[in-house]
Design a protein around this ligand. Sequence first.
Ligand code: ATP
Ligand code: MG
Length: 201
Amino acid sequence: MKKPASPQQHQQRMAKIKQKMDQKIASADKQQGIILVLTGNGKGKSSSAFGMLARSLGYGHQCSVIQFIKGAWECGEELFFAEHPKVDYHALGAGFTWETQNREADQLAANNAWAMAKERLQNPDFNLVILDEMTYMFNQELLHLDEVIATLQQRPARQNVIITGRAAPEALLEAADTVSEVKDIKHAFRQGIKAQPGIEY
Ligand code: ATP
Ligand code: MG
């Protein structure tokens, strides 16, 4: 077994790491908003976005949430955040395509949600815009990816945008500054456990 480091060795190692970390922090000096994509098949994409919404609100930022697929159920985040004076909240989706079974209704809902989103992406008053479950719009060909990317690139310089949803298209990942993939390792649902309020919705 490796001998534990002496207090002096530990202190020297940590001082070296601190020096490197301080250099990295000092060189990341660009002041600009980012595009953050949260994708993958695991649970935690939307809830991560709403965690950042809480963070932003902690700093008094003006925020907007557009949900492209309104769940079959109500959800805790809407009940909580829609009441907040600094949150502009719109759950505009028609529902899952296998629930609506109506392409025309899906397309209308997608157009409506995108029109709302586009307005926010052109308004510098919004510090944070969350486009929840937007990736499904591309997979179902309900929105034009090129138009969305062009709008994202022309948005106000300090605005942060978070996009969630499974199977984010490659071009969107390229346009993003930060991308995280949530990996599905286990999910209680597959053991037959009912969806939990406060955890799932
Ligand atoms: P959350 O909103 O909980 O962060 P998510 O945004 O990562 O989840 P979605 O694909 O939007 O995931 O799925 C929404 C709902 O489906 C949530 O209730 C979530 O718990 C559930 N879910 C997510 N991943 C899985 C999975 N791998 N198997 C079963 N249910 C899942
Ligand atoms: Mg989600």
